[in-house]
Design a protein around this ligand. Structure first.
Ligand code: FAD
Length: 473
């Protein structure tokens, strides 16, 4: 007799594993299938985020941030020390250990919650059936009342720069360098390109970022984007906008990239090249021809507002469906779907999904940008407050950037927040909470903020929306 579950989840990234845990918590018998095999040849859960995404990139960002601080900031505090050195293999090993701990943590959570972990590949067949093939190649058919597809995404490759083993790499390869490349090229000035470019720039690489778009961070509020470009350039990133890569040639252990910009054809040579031009939904081998699940024209699984596909009982979440490719969006969709399967009326507020770029300083945003509101013809007020006027930021010599809050001109309801500065990701979360509760800027202005905290910048920016900031000259 074939195995039967209330829910089978295909994909164990932050979308799939969270969905599986919530399903089990809601009393549904649940299995989660994932085919990821780690560097040691072991099947693991956690997906892109834990294995080669959010977590390892932040581990390297944190190590290199500390290195940079030791180099450049400690002396300001009166701290002197001997020569500061970075042992790159040790840094990478620390990152690997964190990844291992976290992926093992998912396995522990599965056990604790009673989720059946199935290591191998899942394929959706018609009639809510799943073909599971384990890593030894043995297949079986599993029946499910509901199936959640959470197969994530993979890096986009571009024809001018095919990946080579060790010279032209994607984001995964860029987490594995064993020494600091002298000349590093990054194609794509998006979140991943800027984060990985920052990691290696801090360790001494000469980093050139080639971006095809004519504006920098074009989806980010442009006041923040402008400040980010200024600060990242000051740190040493050579960001070239309007630079469209057309070809590459690997010679020995270097690569020469050809690109086109407003002045014509250019050539530049690097020791390593990171291709970070975006990610695409991953559905290879996932669907039988008669599964009943449809895709949109860009290859995303087609779902409605509640992540239900066109096939009854089949749901899809995370990077493999429309919306921002973010771990927390994937997880919350997982929770929503689990709750809906259990008969609850859960929903997700897609208007209030924060996004963070973990450069230094961080760049965080939620809601509408000023450019979007302008284009929609909406009237709004803006409040801005610089970190340079915040006592706590001054005490830690972390004064770059600002908080910008945008509120509806008529109702004062907060429409968006855009922050570049220390702990921007955490500060932005305060506005996420406020927006979720429909707060006005005045609501935040009337709240008590502890002094001296970096959070006071949020308070002052909210006050500034209605021209009443206190510490503004
Ligand atoms: P994934 O995490 O991609 O997981 C999908 C899983 O499905 C994989 O484990 C895969 O093995 C499995 N799978 C696929 N097909 C099958 C199949 N047929 N059978 C069995 N298993 C299958 N997001 C953030 O929010 N914050 C960040 O700071 C951040 N940093 C990032 C840094 C980098 C370098 C990268 C690459 C990404 C980063 N992201 C970040 C994006 C984040 O990793 C993704 O948005 C998130 O992992 C998506 O989750 P998911 O569950 O949809 O898919």
């Amino acid at each position: 007799m074939s195995k039967q579950f209330d829910v089978v989840v295909i994909g164990g990234g932050p979308g799939g594993y969270v969905a599986a845990i919530r399903c089990a918590q809601l009393g549904l018998s649940t299995a989660c299938i994932d085919k990821w095999v780690n560097k040691e040849g072991k099947g693991v859960f956690g997906g892109t985020c834990l294995n080669v995404g959010c977590i390892p990139s932040k581990a390297l960002l944190d190590s290199t941030h500390k290195y940079e601080e030791a180099h450049e900031k400690f002396a300001l505090h009166g701290i002197t020390m001997g020569e500061v050195k970075m042992d790159v293999p040790a840094m990478v090993q620390r990152k690997d250990q964190i990844v291992k701990n976290l992926t093992m943590g998912v396995a522990t959570l599965f056990k604790a919650n009673g989720v059946t972990a199935l290591e191998g590949t899942g394929k959706l067949l018609a009639g809510r059936k799943v073909e599971f093939t384990n890593h030894a190649g043995v297949s079986e058919i599993i029946e499910a009342e509901n199936v959640i597809l959470a197969t994530g995404s993979v890096p986009v490759e571009i024809p001018p720069t095919p990946l080579t083993d060790n010279i032209i790499v994607d984001s995964t390869g860029a987490l594995e360098f064993t020494e600091v490349p002298k000349r590093l090229g990054v194609i794509g000035a998006g979140v991943i390109g800027l984060e990985l470019g920052s990691v290696w720039n801090r360790l001494g690489s000469e980093v050139v970022v080639l971006e095809a778009q004519d504006s920098f961070l074009h989806t980010v509020d442009q006041a923040v984007a402008k400040e980010a470009k200024k600060l990242l350039t000051k740190q040493g990133l050579d960001i070239r906008i309007g630079a469209r890569v057309t070809g590459s040639e690997v010679n020995g252990d270097e690569v020469t990239v050809t690109y086109q910009d407003s002045e014509g054809e250019q050539k530049i040579t690097f020791d390593k090249l990171i291709v970070a031009v975006g990610r695409r939904p991953y559905t290879e081998g996932l669907l039988a021809g008669d599964s009943g699940v449809n895709m949109d024209e860009r290859g995303f699984l087609f779902v409605n507002h509640y992540c239900s596909t066109d096939a009854p009982g089949i749901w899809a979440i995370g990077d493999v469906v429309r919306g921002p490719m973010l771990a927390h969006k994937a997880s919350e969709e997982g929770v929503m779907v689990a709750e809906r399967i259990a008969g609850h009326k859960a929903q997700l507020n897609y208007d209030v999904v924060p996004s963070v770029i973990y450069t230094s300083p961080e760049i965080a945003s939620v809601g509408h940008t000023e450019e979007q509101l302008k284009a929609n013809g909406e009237s709004y007020n803006v409040g801005m407050f610089p970190f340079a006027a915040n006592g706590r930021a001054m005490a830690s010599t972390d004064t770059e950037g600002f908080v910008k809050i945008i509120a509806d001109a008529e109702t004062d309801r907060i429409l968006g927040a855009h922050i570049i500065g220390p702990n921007a990701g955490d500060l932005c979360q305060q506005i996420v909470i406020a927006m979720e509760f429909g707060s006005s800027a005045e609501d935040i202005g009337m709240m008590v903020f502890a002094h001296p905290t970096i959070s006071e910048t949020v308070h002052e920016a909210a006050l500034a929306v209605n021209n009443s900031a206190i510490h503004k000259a």
